[in-house]
Design a protein around this ligand. Structure first.
Ligand code: PAN
Ligand code: ZN
Length: 187
């Protein structure tokens, strides 16, 4: 048997662009994110067609044991004083973790476990983020450039957005030209 040489896909480490046409390209606009940002009237007044983030995924195997690979490109911007961010989710299979690799831009990875414990990790080019199981995750772009991060996760993990429909416990906002983390006051 002769070994078969097959070319793997490439990712441009500076931009997160894949060399191959991605299997999937999902664009999330402001209109797709009702109730996600604290400033509801600011959200209503903003352009609903404004792109907040794009996710591109490689065309790979799926099913038990297989891994998905995708890049998220999160645009700079704010609704009111709150930075653009991904919707954020737990995995439907809660025990499944994930790895994010920062490629460009500046931002934060917000992590919240099922007990509501939170922590934040700065995302920059080269940062490696091990997201444990049972931990919701959201990217936040606190900079002025596109924030791009490569992610690898179990193809069977799934996304549970509903569990966090009430929102994460912290919000990341700009106040006095500085990035501030604010605890959400309930009631
Ligand atoms: C990522 C996210 C991606 C978009 O691929 O799905 O950043 O964020 P939302 O799914 O929260 O809109 C991932 O974490 N996959 O599991
Ligand atoms: Zn995930």
């Amino acid at each position: 048997m002769k070994p078969v040489l097959s070319q793997p896909p490439h990712v441009d480490w500076l931009t997160g662009a894949f060399s191959r046409t991605p299997l999937l390209r999902k664009t999330t606009r402001l209109a797709d994110l009702p109730g996600v940002f604290a400033d509801h009237s600011g959200w209503q007044q903003a352009d609903p067609q404004q792109i907040v983030y794009d996710v591109e995924m490689l065309d790979t195997l799926s099913g038990s044991g297989e891994l998905f690979t995708g890049v998220t490109h999160l645009y700079p911007g704010k609704v009111g004083n709150e930075y653009f961010m991904t919707r954020g989710h737990f995995h439907a299979l809660r025990e499944q973790g994930e790895v994010y690799f920062g490629l460009r831009g500046t931002g934060l990875l917000l992590l919240q476990d099922e007990q509501g414990e939170m922590h934040l990790e700065p995302v920059v080019a080269g940062s490696v983020h091990i997201i444990p199981g049972y931990t919701a995750h959201r990217l936040i772009n606190t900079g002025t450039e596109i924030l791009s991060a490569l992610a690898v996760w179990s193809s069977t993990a799934g996304h549970d957005y509903a569990a966090l429909a009430g929102g994460f416990a912290w919000r990341v906002v700009e106040e006095n030209r500085q990035v501030q983390v604010r605890e959400v006051q309930n009631g």
